[in-house]
Design a protein around this ligand. Structure first.
Ligand code: HSE
Length: 433
């Protein structure tokens, strides 16, 4: 039997605890599968009490996680601390520089410093594996880096944040308002330490920046992702969407256009007959489109102790087998640096919701602006009667350029009879890209 793979584990929160339990429960199976045991040789966490009750065997405790990266007898550092800077970054840098493999669930770290860390991993000929950082238990990193690597991928998109999906699903099923269901989602333990990362789209954008790099062989460019969250999605939008044959989902979408990489996270109206419209609750889904494989959809639990631990251990198994690929699938020095494709050039259909005074001529004024901007209306819903008072109007447009929609919205907002800032939600129909 080959010598055990000795790991140093930093972070004993939900995910860290899950990894320790999995390694304990399946230790014998894994040893057989890998031809060597995977042993936790050292641990570190913010609070020593976190270790209580965990089956840590003879693992040595370290007050300072950096010690794990310096111990000569540790082969792999598992970073489950979180945060794009601070101790997580220092630990990963030190481990890689010291020739240790790294496994991490930290999407924020990689979204901000992925290229620099991947370069360090390549230079030191060690693995930097991050399956758990995107879509929890779904093996999407491995799928892009290995399973689909023969294809030219044209587009990747998905539901990448379980908390937002849980909130939108609950709003859709119960008609409740956003604020009402947020607290419930947090109580379920899927949320980020900073819950605004979930609902403002930041967490999904971190993940999308990694998926885009893996899919297109480009440098990770978090700053190039257009990010909007779900705070402004109202119960009225969900009801209108349903009536119009759509569901509202927070999606991350990335593709290569003639102008560069288009990467965006925002709420979308998706047709009710699209498979992704039915991925509900805390589930994640990722769709990859390749020239030889066509469309592949991956669906599963995107968060939580079990699924995330499953992904961390899969990365450890690869290392135990001696498999090392460049972190983003191609040598880091060969990753392309492409510009961000401007949002203003996005072509697509749009949903608008306006609150307007109920009086003759208001719709004509709105329609005139749409006409002037060459935005064609597909449908318009205005119900109710409240002479001189506010009534909602929902409009769906035909395909138009985002720049024209932005001008349209600015002009509509200036009409006296328009009582609130107009709401715009993009429609994604998933036609061939
Ligand atoms: N907070 C994330 C989510 C889980 O809600 O999907 C970890 O990535």
């Amino acid at each position: 039997m080959v010598a055990p793979l000795r790991i140093g584990l930093a972070g004993l929160g939900t995910v860290g605890g899950g990894v320790v339990r999995l390694l304990d429960l399946h230790g014998a199976r894994l040893a057989e599968r890998c031809g060597r045991a995977i042993v936790v040789a050292g641990v570190s966490a913010r609070d020593r009490a976190k270790a209580a009750g965990l089956p840590l065997g003879g693992a040595q405790w370290h007050d300072d996680c950096i010690d794990l990266a310096r111990r000569p007898d540790i082969d792999v550092v598992v970073e489950l601390i979180g945060g794009s800077d601070g101790p997580a970054r220092a630990l990963v840098q030190t481990a890689l520089a010291n020739g240790k493999h790294v496994v991490t669930a930290n999407k924020a770290l990689l979204a901000h410093h992925g290229v620099e860390l991947a370069r360090l991993a390549d230079e030191n000929n060690v693995a930097l594996n991050f399956e758990a950082s995107v879509a929890g238990g779904i093996p999407i990193v491995k799928a892009l880096r290995e399973g689909l690597a023969g294809n030219r991928l044209s587009r990747i998109y998905g539901i990448l944040n379980g908390t937002s999906n849980f909130i939108l699903t609950a709003m859709s099923k119960t008609g409740r308002a956003f604020g009402d269901v947020l607290a419930e989602a947090q109580a379920l333990g899927y949320a980020e330490a900073d819950p605004s990362f979930d609902i403002d789209g930041v967490d999904a954008a971190h993940k999308l920046s990694l998926l885009a790099s893996l899919a297109f062989g480009t440098e990770v460019d978090f700053g190039a992702v257009h990010v909007e969250g779900i705070r402004h999605v109202a119960a009225a939008d969900i009801a209108y969407a349903r009536e119009l044959g759509y569901r509202i989902k927070l999606l991350g979408l990335a593709r290569v256009t003639p102008h560069g990489v288009e990467a965006r996270v925002h709420p979308c109206l998706v047709p009710v007959d699209a498979a992704i419209a039915h991925v509900d609750g805390v589930y994640n889904a990722v769709v990859a489109e390749g020239d030889f494989v066509d469309q592949q959809m991956f669906q599963g639990r995107g968060a939580g102790a079990g699924p995330t631990a499953s992904a961390v251990v899969a990365d450890l198994i690869d290392i135990a087998h001696g498999l090392r690929l460049s972190p983003f699938g191609v040598p880091t020095a060969a990753l392309a640096r492409l510009p961000a494709s401007p949002m203003a050039q996005r072509m697509g259909c749009y949903y608008l919701r306006l609150q307007v005074v109920d009086r003759p001529g208001v719709i004509a004024d709105i329609a005139a602006i749409l006409r002037d901007e060459s935005v064609s209306i597909e449908s318009l819903l205005q119900r109710g009667r409240a002479p001189g008072e506010g009534v909602p109007v929902a409009i769906v447009t035909h395909e138009a350029e985002e720049a024209a929609l932005s001008r349209t919205l600015q002009r509509i907002a200036h009409i006296d009879a328009v009582l609130e800032a107009p709401v715009l939600i993009r429609i994604e129909s998933f036609t061939a890209s």
